[in-house]
Ligand binder design. Structure first.
Ligand code: PNS
Length: 161
């Protein structure tokens, strides 16, 4: 049987424990998971791409099936380039659904051979968002229960705390 690879795309600015949870679920299903980090996100990232990638690599270093790469442009073009036909996205709550549904169907119209598979993180992480974590950390909150240790440290460095 051919090994099955999936791409898990996102901004990962920064990676949260919810992202880690999702990757751990994805490797139970797929033989190889490429975490694809969007280089030029319109969201004006806190962390440069190199830092976002370094954090994900550090956190996933013991998960053999995981690779981490940067990408630019359309995610479907990246998937075609990698010859991968599955995208993974996480759905935390119903509020994620509308945007994710639109994105999945747009991607499928643009690239009919590529399917999006949705996974749900553990409910203990269902409220986590990189945006809120950055805001809380910038205002001095303890975010150690929301992000891996490496990320907590990097947040402190970046925010000068
Ligand atoms: O972590 P995010 O910010 O929710 O991830 C969004 C991401 C990176 C998956 C999405 O914005 C994306 O795929 N961007 C690349 C451009 C693209 O292909 N857009 C989707 C067209 S329907």
């Amino acid at each position: 049987m051919m090994a099955k690879t999936a791409i898990y795309p996102g901004s990962f600015d920064p990676m949260t424990s919810g992202h880690v949870d999702l990757i751990q679920r994805a490797v139970q299903i797929f033989d190889r998971v490429i975490v694809a980090v969007l280089r030029n996100t319109h969201k004006d990232p806190l962390f440069p791409i190199e830092d976002r990638i370094a954090m994900i690599k550090a956190v996933t270093k013991n998960i053999k099936k995981v690779e981490v790469e940067a990408f630019d442009g359309l995610v479907i073009e990246f998937a075609k380039q990698k010859q991968v036909n599955v995208l993974i996205r996480g759905i935390r709550m119903i509020s994620d659904f509308e945007y994710e549904f639109q994105m999945a169907l747009t991607n499928r119209r643009l690239a009919p051979g590529i399917e999006t598979v949705f996974l749900m993180p553990s409910e203990q992480y269902s409220f986590l968002s990189s945006t809120l974590i950055k805001e809380a950390a910038a205002l001095g909150a303890d975010v150690s229960s929301f992000v891996p240790k490496v990320v907590e440290k990097k947040l402190k460095e970046r925010l000068g705390r």
